[in-house]
Design a protein around this ligand. Structure first.
Ligand SMILES: C[S@@+](CC[C@H](N)C(=O)[O-])C[C@H]1O[C@@H](n2cnc3c(N)ncnc32)[C@H](O)[C@@H]1O
Length: 339
C-alpha cells in the first residue's frame, strides 16, 4: 500500500479534531435531551422550509445540529472540494474563503482539510447561536481560530465580500426561489476564483444545484467538477438526479437517534464547483456505484460529449481493469495513474 500523502494525513487529523470537538459539545448534556433536540430539529426541517426566521434558535438546537449533521456536511463538502482541487492547476489553493449560510462552519473545516495553511475566512449566517457555536468549535483547530463569524441575512440585499472561494453548503433548500437566485448571483460576483454549491443528494437538491450551475455558467464560470464539461447536463429533468456519496463515521448520538449499531453511514450529496480559471475537469466521471461482476466491472459514466454511458471494463483491459476494481462512485475515470 502507498504511504498516505502529507495532505491526506493533515485531512485525517482535521477530521479527527472536528470529531473530538463535536463529542465535547454533548459532554454533560443528558443523552435524552440531546436526542430530543435532534428529533425536534429533524421535524422542523421537514415541516417548514423555507422559513422567515432561523430554525437554529438556541444553543441546544445548534449543538444538536452540529453533533448530528456537521460530520456529514463536512464530509460532503470535503468530497466536492477534493474534486475541485483535482481539477485546479497543480498547487492551487484558495487564498481566502467566504462561507455563505455557513452555520457552525462545516465548510470552513472542509477547506482546512483540503488545503493546508491559514487564510482569511468569513462565515455568514443569520443564526447568531450557530455562529457562536461555530466560533467555539473552531477554537479547537489552530488554522480556524482567525475565522470571522458574521451575522448576515441572505436576500436581495446580501453583499458578500470578495474572496478566492465562496461556498454555499446545504443552504439553497432553506431559501425561497428569489433568495436562491440572489445568493448564487452574489456568490458569482464575489468569488475571485471559485464557487462551490453543495446540496443534499435528492432529486430536489440536484435540481437546485443544476439551477445554480446554469446561473454560474451564465455569469462566465466554467465547471471544474463533477461534470466533464460546461455544457448542458445530459440528465433529462425528472428522470434521474446526479449525486454522490460520502462515508461518515457515526457518532454515539447518531446511534441513539437512529438505533442500530452500524459504525458509519453514507451521506448522499449533489454539488457543483465552478471556476473562473481554465479547469482540467475529469475526462469522465463515475456517476453510480461501480458494479463488480466476475471478471468485469460496470461503470456508469458521465462523458465529455454530454452523454451518460455504461462501460464494461474486463480482465482483458489489464491495468485498467485493476483500476476499475478500485474505482469509487464520484471518481474521475480513468484515474490519472491508469491513463
Ligand atoms: C442546513 S444548515 C447548513 C449549515 C452549513 N452550511 C453546513 O453545511 O453544515 C443551513 C444554514 O443556512 C442558514 N440560513 C438559512 N436561511 C438563511 C438566510 N435567509 N440568511 C442567512 N442564513 C440562512 C441557517 O441559519 C443554517 O445555518
Amino acid at each position: 500500500m502507498n504511504a498516505p500523502t502529507p495532505q491526506a494525513t493533515a485531512a485525517a487529523s482535521t477530521a479527527e479534531t472536528l470529531r473530538a470537538a463535536l463529542a465535547g459539545l454533548l459532554d454533560g448534556l443528558p443523552p435524552r435531551q440531546a436526542t430530543q433536540a435532534v428529533e425536534r430539529l429533524i421535524a422542523n426541517y421537514r415541516g417548514r422550509t423555507p422559513t422567515d426566521a432561523p430554525i437554529l434558535r438556541d444553543r441546544a438546537d445548534v449543538a444538536a445540529y452540529a453533533a448530528y449533521r456537521m460530520p456529514a456536511t463536512f464530509e460532503a463538502v470535503r468530497g466536492a472540494l477534493g474534486a475541485l482541487a483535482d481539477a485546479a492547476p497543480e498547487g492551487w489553493a484558495p487564498g481566502s474563503h467566504v462561507d455563505v449560510g455557513g452555520g457552525t462552519g462545516a465548510a470552513t473545516w472542509a477547506v482546512a482539510a483540503t488545503w493546508a495553511g491559514e487564510r482569511p475566512v468569513t462565515v455568514l449566517d443569520w443564526a447568531e447561536p450557530a455562529l457562536a457555536l461555530g466560533r467555539e468549535l473552531a477554537g479547537a483547530a489552530p488554522q480556524l481560530r482567525g475565522v470571522r463569524w458574521q451575522r448576515s441575512r441572505i436576500g436581495s440585499a446580501l453583499a458578500i465580500e470578495s474572496a478566492d472561494l465562496v461556498t454555499v453548503s446545504y443552504v439553497l433548500g432553506e431559501l425561497t426561489e428569489a433568495d436562491r437566485r440572489s445568493v448564487v448571483d452574489a456568490a458569482a460576483d464575489a468569488a475571485e476564483q471559485a464557487v462551490v454549491v453543495i446540496e443534499p443528494g435528492t432529486p430536489d437538491g440536484y435540481r437546485r444545484v443544476i439551477e445554480a450551475r446554469d446561473r454560474l455558467i451564465a455569469a462566465g464560470y466554467r465547471i471544474a467538477a463533477p461534470c466533464p464539461h460546461s455544457a448542458a447536463c445530459p440528465i433529462e429533468p425528472g428522470t434521474d438526479w446526479c449525486h454522490f456519496s460520502a462515508r461518515v463515521s457515526r457518532s454515539s448520538l447518531h446511534r441513539q437517534v437512529k438505533g442500530g449499531s452500524l459504525a458509519y453511514e453514507d451521506e448522499k450529496f449533489s454539488y457543483v464547483a465552478a471556476v473562473r480559471f481554465g479547469p482540467d475537469p475529469a475526462p469522465t466521471r463515475i456517476v453510480r456505484r461501480p458494479q463488480i461482476r466476475k471478471g468485469q466491472v460496470l461503470l456508469d459514466l458521465c462523458e465529455p460529449d454530454e452523454a451518460l454511458r455504461r462501460r464494461t471494463v474486463t480482465k482483458r483491459h489489464g491495468p485498467l481493469y485493476r483500476a476499475a476494481r478500485d474505482a469509487d462512485w464520484g471518481d474521475a475515470w480513468p484515474p490519472p495513474s491508469a491513463e
